[in-house]
Design a protein around this ligand. Structure first.
Ligand SMILES: Nc1ncnc2c1ncn2[C@@H]1O[C@H](COP(=O)(O)OP(=O)(O)OP(=O)(O)O)[C@@H](O)[C@H]1O
Ligand SMILES: [Mg+2]
Length: 317
């Protein structure tokens, strides 16, 4: 449903995103995860036709976002990072206006406005001026305007940012309820948040795709990053036996192709690198390499998990 190929965007000479390729099948919620400045908003602005790509292509339901911009945009509901709400209109007036802009009219317009207000639970503020709404209600109105023309694709840029725990959990529920009938990309810089909402996650860092997996798969890969690779010159069987006995070492597996190369699985947070190096050197075996595998992904995860979202009310109770 959403097909992104080699997408690249330069601001002046610096690349904000570089060679992004991913695909979102119909009905899926994809989490678009990355630390601040990773390029999430830039990608979403390209997908929604607000920015032209420097290179690469993106298609929405088969329509190229540059060549068939109108057809592509008609199929998208977009919640921008900072929703440009008209603060002196009432919620109903604003949704009416946004619906008209997107080609709705007459009875259909009126019924769609009523439907999305009910769906996003802002019907109780229908006649309130937007300028007087709380952050949580504004976010709901933002979602309502993204939904008003009933688009099959939703692009939501950090939809839960700034919400309190209850609003956060309500918004997540609403988004989950839209999956299946909608194809959704949802961005966030908080890992646990996308894990709870999305079926699949794409992680970008400094404009590049660094991982694409299910939330469960990512967790498994994160565990696997407590893995070291060692290259040594010496008696391999003896080395394996020695290393297996060391504290923090769970498993030692010799590489089946390269002699002297060992993979060491370590207990979480044990980091026995120095002890391993010392033990090898002490026996006079040549230590040619010792490094963690998958460190860069681990570093990104660190950046992505330092800011925990508040607990949903149900979980806290
Ligand atoms: N209009 C612009 N002109 C120049 N550079 C820009 C512009 N917009 C974004 N950038 C740069 O492009 C990079 C990606 O920014 P982007 O806003 O897409 O990241 P993001 O992942 O949405 O970050 P955040 O989590 O903070 O919202 C950043 O380095 C940013 O400074
Ligand atoms: Mg952003």
């Amino acid at each position: 449903m959403i097909d992104v190929q080699h997408l690249t965007k330069y601001y002046a000479t610096t690349a904000a995103i570089e060679d992004l390729t991913f695909h979102v099948p119909e009905g899926e919620i994809l989490g678009f995860l990355g630390p601040n400045g990773a390029g999430k908003t830039t990608t979403m602005r390209i997908l929604t036709g607000f920015l032209p790509p420097s290179r690469g292509t993106a298609r929405i339901a088969g329509f190229d976002i540059v060549e068939h911009s109108l057809e592509a945009r008609r199929r998208i509901g977009y919640l921008p990072e900072n929703t440009p709400l008209y603060t002196d209109l009432t919620v109903r007036q604003y949704l009416h206006y946004m619906g008209r802009l997107r080609g709705l009219g007459g009875k259909r317009l009126k019924s769609r406005v009523d439907e999305v207000m009910e769906q996003t639970r802002c019907d109780d503020v229908a006649t309130t001026i937007i300028g007087k709404l709380s952050k949580g209600y504004r976010q709901r109105v933002g979602l309502a305007q993204a939904l008003v023309h009933d688009p099959p694709v939703l692009i939501l840029d950090e939809p839960t940012v700034g919400l309190d725990p209850r609003q956060n959990s309500e918004t997540r529920q609403l988004i989950r309820s839209l999956a299946g009938s909608h194809t959704i990309i949802l961005s966030s810089h908080i890992l646990p948040e996308v894990s709870q909402t999305c079926q699949r996650v794409v992680i970008i860092n400094e404009g590049r795709l660094v991982a694409e997996d299910t939330p469960e798969g990512l967790t498994a890969r994160l565990r696997a990053s407590d893995r070291l690779v060692v290259q040594l010159r010496g008696p391999v069987e003896e080395a394996v036996a020695l290393l297996r006995k060391m504290p923090g070492v769970l498993q030692v597996t010799p590489d089946s192709h390269e002699a002297g190369r060992l993979y060491i699985d370590c207990a979480p947070q044990s980091d026995p690198r120095e002890a391993i190096a010392a033990a090898i050197v002490e026996r006079g075996w040549g230590l040619r390499e010792l490094r963690p595998v998958g460190m860069s992904l681990e570093e990104i995860f660190l950046k992505l998990t330092t800011e925990e979202p508040p607990l949903p009310v149900e979980a806290a109770a």
